[in-house]
Design a protein around this ligand. Structure first.
Ligand code: 5GP
Length: 144
């Protein structure tokens, strides 16, 4: 277990409260999915629980179960939306584990044969591109 408390001032908590905009893809009672603002590949999106959790170390098991079901839904949807060859799921815990935003999240990255992930440059993607990719994924989800 981590001893570090959840801080509801984090950016994903603000997105959940609607204080900061995001390109929403999917939402249910327990989970929320949206585009990563600095994508490391086309279609890079994130799945988070609505219930506050800092990371994998403190998340409530029911909330984690719900998140993983949404991760699977979104993985299937990005495969279809981008005609991808594979999908990478990433999840980081605590600064030493590579975590930057302290609300549990899973990265979903559609992958293509021979194409490397882009480096994390800190540069935000074009909003119109993010909006178009979110729409592609929502459409794929609706077709299942
Ligand atoms: P991690 O904590 O897993 O290392 O990375 C956090 C992720 O959140 C990064 O991929 C980053 O691009 C993404 N991110 C950071 N700030 C925002 C934001 O304001 N909106 C969205 N949609 N994504 C963000």
């Amino acid at each position: 277990m981590t001893n570090k408390p959840y801080d509801d001032g984090n950016i994903f908590a603000k997105i959940l409260r609607g204080e900061v905009p995001s390109h929403k893809i999917y939402e249910d009672a327990e989970t929320f999915a949206f585009m990563d603002i600095m994508p490391r590949g086309d279609g890079h999106c994130l799945v988070i629980p609505k219930k506050p959790a800092r990371n994998i170390l403190d998340v409530d098991p029911d909330s984690l179960r719900a998140v993983m079901i949404t991760v699977q839904k979104l993985s299937r949807a990005v495969m279809k939306a981008f005609n991808a060859d594979g999908v990478t799921i990433q999840q980081f815990n605590e600064p030493a584990g590579g975590q930057v935003v302290f609300h549990l999240h899973f990265h979903i990255l559609p992958r293509f044969e021979g194409v490397q992930l882009r480096p994390h440059t800190g540069e935000m993607a074009d909003q119109a591109v993010l909006a178009a990719n979110a729409e592609k994924i929502r459409k794929a989800l609706a077709e299942f």
